[in-house]
Write a protein that binds this ligand. Structure first.
Ligand code: NDP
Length: 261
């Protein structure tokens, strides 16, 4: 028998699923046969992105404007998505933002902006999904938290060198740990929570990098290059499927070997 991952009959929520790594995840999920609920913040072309994925893969894909930092709206949106698309079976909490400034210039508002999406936003969506599953007795929910390799290494020559990303990197450390705590707490409900820690990836987040810094960064990665969004998305399909039924609290690092040392 060939090893095939089939997500037909499932519905997966992808936050930030309208562009970048999130869009690649939406496409991979749709390609595996599942319906997709995309949550986005404000991008004017999010609806178009959803329509294109639906057309390309012949599944239902809907985009919902929903700031993941707003817990009530997240709860309402997940219920709406379930009514529209069928039983939610998986969540990829992918939406993330950064503020790039020297630490001495970072403000309380910068902190809230980054942590409201990268930590509280992940918690809000995970909690809303878990509540739906626990209340209905659905025992096979799979949650993937998109953290970053920067959860564990200090990115000294960081994305926009010489400026650093203190709040971003620390929020990713927090959210990796949050994922492990949720994995332990929700295991008795059959809910699996795994963490993705991507390395550099060619998206809008990295498009502003100076070429010299990009080359420097690529050279620090054993595989010698940045990843493409699909290389982050494909491991998510395994984690959403029954083929990873004994994995929870795991950290998967598609980082080209950047964190070997
Ligand atoms: P992008 O900047 O390309 O896209 C960010 C996405 O998140 C957009 O869809 C955006 O919606 C959505 N979003 C942001 N804030 C919110 C919010 N409050 N509520 C709902 N949606 C929101 O990001 P990437 O694709 O580069 O990154 C995706 C994830 O991967 C992030 O968590 C990032 O930290 C992580 N990552 C990325 C790496 C990289 O090199 N690119 C490396 C390691 C980790 P909208 O379009 O409406 O603005």
């Amino acid at each position: 028998m060939p090893f095939v991952i089939d997500l037909q009959g499932q519905t997966v929520v992808v936050t930030g699923g309208n562009r970048g790594i999130g869009l690649a995840i939406s496409e991979a999920v749709a390609g595996a046969g599942a319906n997709v609920a995309i949550l986005y913040r404000s991008h004017p072309k999010a609806q178009e992105a959803a329509e294109e994925v639906a057309k390309k893969f012949g599944v239902q894909v809907k985009a919902y404007q929903c700031d993941v930092g707003d817990d009530e709206l997240v709860k309402k949106t997940l219920k709406q998505a379930q009514d529209d698309l069928g039983q939610i079976t998986g969540l990829v909490a992918n939406a993330g933002v950064s503020v790039v400034k020297p630490a001495t210039e970072l403000t309380k508002d910068d902190f809230r902006y980054v942590y409201d999406t990268n930590v509280l936003g992940v918690f809000n969506t995970a909690k809303a999904a878990a509540q739906l599953w626990i209340e209905s007795g659905y025992k096979k929910g799979s949650i993937i938290i998109n953290s970053s390799m920067s959860s564990q290494i200090y990115n000294q020559k960081g994305l926009n060198d010489p400026l650093t990303q203190v709040f971003y990197n620390s929020s990713k450390g927090a959210v990796t740990n949050l994922g492990k705590c949720l994995a332990a707490e929700w295991a008795p409900h059959g809910i699996r929570v795994n963490i993705l820690e991507p390395g550099f990836c060619n998206t809008e987040q990295t498009s502003g990098m100076d070429q010299k810094i990009r080359d420097y960064q690529a050279n620090t990665v054993p595989l010698g290059r940045f990843s493409e969004p699909h290389e982050q998305a494909e491991p998510c399909i395994l984690l959403l499927s029954d083929k990873s039924s004994y994995m929870t609290g795991s950290v998967i690092r598609p980082d080209g070997g950047a964190t070997i040392w």
